[in-house]
Design a protein around this ligand. Structure first.
Ligand SMILES: [Zn+2]
Ligand SMILES: [Zn+2]
Length: 334
């Protein structure tokens, strides 16, 4: 499902402005979009820059334990939505859940301002198919640290969603809507925080917070930290850490990155066995997302978590033949 084409086509600047609201505008053939220049589109990137600039609001609003707690809570909850659902569910289909539940977690993930779930899943599948090749949108090996960490999302060539590569997801109109108007979810969260802070300021003044303070801590600071932690998997997880498996890419395992991303730091494990729900393969490989997914499975919210294959535990696997990239394609039949 894709939005209808429009004409006449606006100038690029106008187009970039409209894309703040409608991420699918203008809809042109996907391959044509891929020929756009791989450079920073500053106009399109203004909301992203504004997200960072908003953190400076702390100079005016100060801090309170309430605001800091809200920031931490929203970091954790949304990191879980990104790692558990944007990544392990939408991108890799490593477990099953119902339609309403997938939408709720997609919405929570979308409040992270990391674009919509279909765009995220498309880009991530593309990353696995072309890991550390020039076609990989965020390979530090091919494009450098800064581009892989932050630059690639500001490039016009990476803006569109290839709905053709996420057909298993684009058959849900509510997900397509969320993906197309991806600014709605973060704005909803920002408005809710402003409102909640104002209510607390009026009815529970002992908490020492306010609408603007909750907005700065719960939205701007929490979301910016969340973005950079998630991005560190695109950049640092291909640069620092150990390699247990001899994959064709440069993915690595890092305890530190696993801690701040709730388990995504076991990136070499994941590149080698991407169909498994679990990414920390041993008890000491802390994978908080997996523990939370187990909890959701116990309560019946999700089901059919895919196990780590036996082959993952065979000694000297790093010396064995790693399956060719084509066989590592994402299974979208779930
Ligand atoms: Zn992945
Ligand atoms: Zn990777």
């Amino acid at each position: 499902m894709s939005p209808p084409a429009r004409s006449p086509r606006p100038q690029p600047v106008t187009s970039s402005l409209i894309q703040w609201i409608d991420a699918d505008y203008p809809q042109k053939p996907f391959e044509e979009s891929r020929n756009d220049p791989d450079t920073v589109d500053w106009v399109r990137a203004i909301p992203f820059l504004f997200l960072h600039a908003g953190c400076l609001g702390v100079l005016w609003v100060g801090w309170s334990w309430t605001a800091v707690a809200v920031a931490f809570f929203l970091y954790g909850a949304r990191m879980f939505a990104i790692t558990g659902f944007y990544h392990r569910y939408f991108s890799h289909r490593t477990f099953r859940t119902g339609r309403k539940r997938q939408f709720l977690f997609a919405f929570l993930g979308a409040t992270s301002a990391q674009r919509g779930p279909l765009w995220w899943a498309y880009q991530h599948r593309h990353h696995h198919r072309h890991s550390d090749e020039p076609e990989d949108p965020h390979s530090p090996k091919c494009h450098g640290f800064l581009w892989s960490h932050i630059g690639w999302i500001t490039s016009r060539r990476n803006f569109p969603t290839d709905y053709g590569s996420v057909r298993d997801l684009s058959r849900y109109p509510e997900l397509v809507f969320l993906n197309r108007f991806d600014i709605v979810a973060p704005l909803t969260l920002a408005a809710a925080l402003l409102f909640a802070g104002s209510i607390l300021n009026r009815f529970a003044p002992s908490l020492g917070t306010s609408g603007p303070q909750l907005l700065v801590w719960g939205f701007f600071i929490s979301t910016t930290a969340l973005f950079h932690a998630t991005s560190s998997i695109n950049s640092l997880a291909h640069l620092m850490g150990r390699r247990r498996y001899a994959t064709e890419d440069s993915s690595r395992n890092s305890f530190l990155l696993a801690l701040i991303t709730l388990g995504e730091g076991w990136h070499n494990n994941h590149h080698r066995f991407m169909s498994a729900t679990r990414q920390g393969f041993y008890w000491w490989e802390i994978d908080i997302t997996y523990y939370l997914l187990l909890l959701l499975e116990r309560t019946g919210i999700i089901s059919d978590l895919r196990p780590v294959p036996e082959a993952a535990y065979i000694r000297n696997d790093s010396d064995s033949t790693v399956p060719p990239r084509a066989r590592a394609d994402v299974d979208t039949t779930a």
